[in-house]
Design a protein around this ligand. Structure first.
Ligand code: GAR
Length: 208
């Protein structure tokens, strides 16, 4: 059984896709051991509680400085003894110490086709605003391993989604979630849980 810990900040629709995927067998060999939010008000925490999953909030607001928050966050992660940490809309920069402690054991979902519209400043709706401003005809989502950079780690899965005339950032965000994120995140976890993902020379190799 792959023990996964899911980090969230907001609505938690990707968390819900993982919970549903485990329940309906799309994701096999996997259990969610804990959900951590940096935001007390995140609806994702409700989703975790409704599914009977251990849920904790570790908020920077409760600590004197970033270092103390990072320590508390890392402790809340390690005590759950996860095999894989899943960033599902987690808007906190992962401490370097944690990245070193979990090499190729942290994955993130990003709502664009990396390397477009990613890196510092590109998160949530801002990604879709950027895509619409540039006028791209195709966007999508990416699941990747987390390394020391921002959205620079080895890419596991990507899925393209069409941009349509009249799209607003909100409409495009919803289409990218429905057609890409909620599919490739569960798929990536299932592949990892079944030993089908390896990283060589900074690139991911999948065996089916
Ligand atoms: C998702 O669109 C996810 O791809 C994005 O935040 C949203 C969270 O939604 N993540 C990033 O932008 C990371 N850079 P959710 O809470 O409903 O899953």
């Amino acid at each position: 059984m792959l023990r996964i810990l899911v980090c969230v900040s907001g609505g938690g629709t990707n968390l819900q896709a993982i919970i549903d995927g485990i329940a309906n067998g799309t994701i096999t060999n996997t259990e969610i051991v804990r959900v951590i939010s940096n935001n007390k008000k995140a609806y994702a925490l409700e989703r975790a509680k409704n599914a009977g999953i251990d849920a904790a909030c570790v908020s920077p607001k409760d600590y004197a400085d970033r270092e103390q928050f990072n320590e508390a966050f890392l402790q809340a992660v390690t005590e759950a003894e996860p095999d894989l940490i899943v960033l599902a809309g987690f808007l906190v920069v992962i401490p370097e110490k944690m990245i070193k402690a979990y090499p190729n054991q942290i994955i993130n979902i990003h709502p664009s086709l990396i390397p477009s519209f990613c890196g510092t400043g590109y998160y949530g709706l801002k990604v879709h605003e950027g895509a619409l401003e540039r006028g791209v005809k195709v966007t999508g989502a990416t699941v990747h391993f987390v390394d020391e950079g921002t959205d620079t780690g080895p890419i596991i899965l990507q899925k393209a989604v069409a941009v349509e005339e009249g799209d607003t950032p909100e409409i495009l965000q919803k289409r990218v979630m429905e057609q890409a994120e909620w599919q490739i995140m569960p798929r990536a976890i299932d592949l990892i849980a079944n030993g089908k993902v390896s990283v060589k020379n900074g690139k991911v190799w999948l065996s089916e």
